[in-house]
Ligand binder design. Structure first.
Ligand code: ATP
Length: 387
């Protein structure tokens, strides 16, 4: 991997389709120019993060909050140096200590270009974890155990290198390709931490569904916090619903803090004791009681010995489809807010980004905007604004 230099991405890569957008980034497919005439073209994913500050040219005229405004377009989205540096520090550590690993995204190169950074990553064209699962009519515990095994294997390598992911969720687990045996890759290290190297950054946007009690109560976040998130993913895989549900976000937080979940839904009746026991251990409020990723790799359910091979209730897939669709809608709404310049200057982001120029009116507008898009009360950011 290269160090900071004067090379330009466009010298080496042809950038093609957009693959996805994150809160502060755009990810596009790229082809290595030197491979364009070759049969097996070298395809990669290029994640572009733009640095905060500098001149932001006005975007097209749009209506925002009842007023015509020029909002920035995707390539004008900026990111604080803190967030940007963090992702690079973590990715470099992965290259040094973890790569190549079947279940962790690989970084090939980094291009720093004045106002931002391009990360050249392994291309994952197989889609998100839940999208693939719900494409099937039904699936078995055994199939879910293969997923858990792959995530645990990636986490074990990351934790061994003292990297805590801190934002483990199904949308950060992508299949490498569309083949049935494709490996699952853990990605998006924007909020991750390397012990003694990076400042912990709090996830400001998105759902709290996967957040551990210690992260919610601002206590020390460790490798065990990733294990909690894996417990939540497993619970959803086997029931189609998250373990901590409530009508308000505040209530949901309380349930997470108390570890208040159950297996009462009828879909749990046919799930093996071994799987339920594993979930209960992963969702222990005390982090030290949770199994480690290495423990999981020896667990009878995870290695497939006690995972049932019969197909689960079709209701699980139906519920998972609903849950996934709601999640996508919310993510799209948040992305649209984040892509406005105002969102980057919110009071919550101010301390992180060092920006100080948001008017009370702008904060109020943003609060109302969030209220609208988070009408179901499931967004952490909204509750923080309400406090
Ligand atoms: P978030 O706001 O969720 O933290 P982010 O800014 O960190 O997002 P990513 O989650 O890394 O951005 O990427 C945004 C989207 O781009 C992903 O949801 C995914 O669809 C796509 N993407 C990211 N990396 C890859 C990759 N290596 N291969 C294919 N698609 C990718």
């Amino acid at each position: 991997m290269s160090r900071i230099d004067r090379r330009k991405l466009s010298d080496d890569y042809e950038v093609v389709d957009v693959l996805g957008r994150g809160g502060f980034s755009i990810v596009r497919k790229g082809i290595r120019k030197s491979s364009i005439r070759e049969k097996n073209q070298n395809q990669v994913a290029i994640k572009t993060l733009r640095r905060l500050g500098g001149y932001t040219p006005p975007g097209p005229l749009q209506t925002y909050n009842g007023h015509k405004k020029r909002l920035p377009s995707w390539n004008q989205i900026s990111i604080s140096d803190a967030l940007l540096t963090n992702e690079i520090v973590v990715m470099r550590r992965i290259v040094e200590k973890v790569s190549p690993h079947t279940n962790v995204i690989n970084l090939y190169d980094v291009y720093e270009e004045g106002d931002g950074v391009h990360l050249v990553l392994e291309l994952c064209s197989g889609g998100e974890l839940f999208d693939r699962i719900i494409a099937q009519e039904r699936y078995s515990e055994f199939e879910a155990s293969v997923v858990v095994q792959q995530i645990a294997s990636g986490l074990a390598a990351l934790h061994q290198a003292n990297i805590v992911h801190r934002d483990l969720k199904p949308e950060n687990c992508l299949f490498l390709d569309s083949s049935a045996r494709s490996p699952l890759k853990i990605m998006d290290f924007g909020l991750s931490s390397v012990e003694d190297h990076t400042d912990p950054i709090i996830a400001l946007f998105g759902s709290i569904d996967y957040v551990s009690p210690e992260a919610l109560s601002r206590h020390e976040v460790s490798a065990a916090s990733d294990m909690w998130s894996l417990g939540v993913i497993l619970y959803i895989l086997l029931s189609g619903c998250p373990p901590f549900t409530a009508s308000t976000n505040r209530e949901k937080q309380q349930r997470i803090l108390a570890g208040d979940f159950n297996f009462e839904d009828p879909t749990w009746k046919t799930i093996s004791f071994s799987a339920k026991d594993l979930i209960s251990r992963l969702l222990s409020v005390e982090p030290y009681k949770r199994p480690t990723a290495s423990d999981l790799l020896k667990h009878p359910w995870v290695i497939g010995d006690s995972a049932k091979e019969e197909l689960m209730d079709s209701e699980v897939v139906t519920k998972l489809q609903r849950f996934n669709a709601r999640r996508k809608l919310r993510a799209a709404a948040i992305a649209s807010v984040l892509s406005s310049k105002v969102a980057l200057r919110t009071k919550k982001l101010k301390s992180l980004l060092g920006s100080n120029d948001l008017s009370t009116e702008e904060i109020e507008n943003l609060r109302l905007h969030f209220k609208r898009i988070c009408a179901n009360g499931e967004n952490a950011t909204l509750s923080e604004f309400e406090e």
